[in-house]
Design a protein around this ligand. Structure first.
Ligand SMILES: [Zn+2]
Length: 62
């Protein structure tokens, strides 16, 4: 059983309004050929737009 962690910045900029939003880890289980795998992905929530969005990986920044 494997585990994949997507590293992302702790604060992500909302693509809608540009406000810095906190990110949190969201875990979900996906099926792979080796069986179920828990994947932890970062999700950011903007309280202003009341929407969730996926922040870009931290290493993708200039
Ligand atoms: Zn926003």
């Amino acid at each position: 059983m494997g585990r994949v962690v997507a590293a992302a910045a702790a604060v992500a900029t909302c693509p809608e309004c540009g406000v810095g939003c906190e990110t949190f880890a969201k875990r979900r289980r996906i099926a792979s050929i080796d069986g179920p795998v828990d994947v932890e992905e970062s999700v950011a929530h903007c309280p202003g737009c009341r929407r969730d969005f996926f922040p870009p990986p931290a290493d993708a920044r200039p």
